[in-house]
Design a binder for this molecule. Sequence first.
Ligand code: GLU
Length: 446
Amino acid sequence: MSVKVRFPPSPTGWCHVGTARMAVLNYLFARKHGGTIVFRSEDTDKERSSREYEADIIEQLRWLGLSWDSFQRTSELVAHHTHALTTLIETDKAYLSCEESKREPGTFVEVVRLRNPGKAVTFTDLIRGDITFDTAELGDFAIARAIDDPLYHLAVVVDDAAEGITHVIRGEDHISNTPRQILIQEALGYERPQYAHYPLHLGADKSKLSKRTGDVAVRSYREKGFLPDALINYIAHLGWTPPSGKELMSLDEMVEEFELTELHKSGAVFDLEKLRWYNREYLLRETEASFAAYVLPLLKSAIELRGLPWDDAVGGKLVPTLRERMSVASDLAEMIGAGEYDFFFADPAPDAAHIPEKKSNPADARTHLAYARTALEGLTTFTPETVKDTLWTYAAEHGRGAVLWPLRYALTGQQRSPDPFVVASIIGKTATLRRIDHALSLIARL
Ligand code: GLU
């Protein structure tokens, strides 16, 4: 038997993490078994479906690295649905019922209802084992709003059968739909696919995730700068632990290890911190050069957004710090946006009162800054180590705080910042001497 699965999103909202999880689980299963995948845009709900959402789902799933073998749209398969409905009516398995329209009260429509045999239906779920439903209470449920307007249950059964779908892998919110769908399959004489209903994942607050909540849209993670490898990897690990226990894996490696029956039986909680960890790990895997190529344009545009002049040399020297401090691109935008890096690109405006260290005084600050100026003027190579070597003995002798605070504050204009050796090495000799001179002029008469 060759495996065939489907990605059947309803295009009624942006591609969300739940859609991606449905797709990745189907993908891993299909590829593991050398099977195929049909992407079906289930646009039976005409009012809520849109091509814009459909395009978004396709775009984000592709961006995540997923692929499929064919594409279809439920609304374009209506002829098959009508044919199935006609067959059901002709064989008396279903009937037309003239009823008042729910959408337009006062008008009457010919709804199609399945003649429900009202028996117990049992199916074997690959994740949850045998599940039995008494279908009597469902009554003669509707399967179409009109002969050419199928409802989801009818359409999904006809489309799955026409495609020869062997495995229906979907969230457990669909368990209660399964008995209805099985009754329709049986009425049409179709073979039953195998079912696997996996537990849904929960929001960080353990609430059910909603596809209408903007922050679970894949596009919003993408806009924050999450890398597709990190996101798909994290999503695949929601509710699945590969036997190797590995965390960072390519899709191919996951395919190797995937087993549907190993999905956890209880819902995983979506943990943004863990997703950030994945992203950071992927960033750390980049070579120095490729990380720089990734981060420098982001840094440049964030700096320019603050109206500050860009400087290639300074930017290049900031790369290691950025690598240490960020998990995802939006962290960088936040740090820059908060002004934390302004002093690297423009001279700060220090406040004279804060130049001397709290326990020191303006006269000592003048002496120490003047010493630092002379010492650094004679230094040709500015690295954190050379700057430190130049000043360390003096600072140890005259009090590290008293010496290094005024220098650090003169360079950054901030009460908290990296140490003055790092800052001086990044901004370079000219800016360092200019900023020391400015601070000296501010405290000249204090
Ligand atoms: N279109 C349905 C949904 O988005 C999926 C139907 C199914 O998997 O059978 O939830």
